[in-house]
Design a protein. Structure first.
Length: 266
């Protein structure tokens, strides 16, 4: 069963990874996507307030799934991460709003350096932050699938949020942990460095790389490429659309045979 869901429609690009082995993880991730579709109008920049409202309403929707389930069943839940092009309305111009709950990830790529923008809400990340284990040890730790924050886990959700000025050429990678737990940062950067100036095909290459390394979980990848404010170039995959919004390429693949049990809440 594929418990990942995604939305890749300007101005919004997000991935939700339903908690594997729990009640209705696939329904939880779909509920998030459906909620964002209702709250944010496609085709034009949104506002930070609208994104936050969609996040909190998504939490209510997933909580409702748990209430509808049979007594004694596990709580439905899902991760949520993504980027949205927002206008804060204060004259500071457009920004990319990065948001995250759980251990799906958002990276930025500047042509040379891959940077993880989101911070995992996971038991092993807390151990790494405390200096108790290394990042390499975290990849092999028995609690690597335990997340400490999720949509639907609590009455009130507490997302991490960052605002990044939208200017020049920018590339973001949004993915579920089906990619990040199979392909290390060095390999991710190598694939992105092979880009010839457009996003087409990169998402598929990243999914293929995860499958080659085992593909033990659902794999969902969105590559967002934006060059706001540019003119006079015929490469339509990297230049602004007439509405000023970026283009993206996305790919997803269902769970392969066997494999990981998926995310579980702490």
């Amino acid at each position: 069963m594929n418990e990942d869901a995604y939305l890749a429609e300007a101005p919004l690009y997000l991935v939700a990874d339903g908690m594997g082995g729990h009640a209705r993880g696939d329904a939880a991730s779909r509920a998030v996507v459906e909620t964002f579709r209702r709250h944010i109008e496609a085709g034009k920049p949104t506002s930070p307030e609208q994104v936050l409202d969609a996040i909190h309403t998504s939490n209510d929707a997933v909580r409702a799934l748990s209430a509808e389930g049979e007594e004694g069943t596990a709580v439905a839940g899902t991760t949520l991460t993504g980027v949205a092009l927002v206008d804060a309305g204060d004259g500071s111009g457009f920004h990319w709003m990065v948001f995250n709950i759980g251990d799906s990830r958002v990276y930025s790529w500047d042509g040379r350096t891959l940077e993880q923008l989101s911070v995992d809400h996971s038991a092993v990340q807390e151990l790494v932050d405390a200096g108790l284990i290394s990042a390499d040890e975290a990849e092999r730790h028995p609690d690597r699938n335990v997340i400490t924050r999720a949509i639907g886990a609590d009455d009130v959700v507490d997302p991490d949020v960052w605002l990044i000025p939208a200017t020049g050429r920018q590339v973001f990678l949004v993915c579920s942990d089906g990619l990040s737990k199979e392909v290390d940062d060095e390999r991710l950067a190598h694939i992105l460095a092979g880009d010839t100036g457009h996003a087409a095909g990169l998402a598929g290459e990243l999914v293929d790389a995860a499958l080659e390394h085992g593909g033990r979980d659902n794999i969902t990848v969105i590559v967002v490429e934006s060059e706001l404010g540019s003119t006079g170039d015929d490469d339509e995959t990297t230049r602004d659309r007439p509405d000023g919004l970026p283009r993206s390429t996305e790919d997803t693949t269902p769970r392969t045979d066997g494999g990981d049990r998926g995310d579980v809440p702490a």
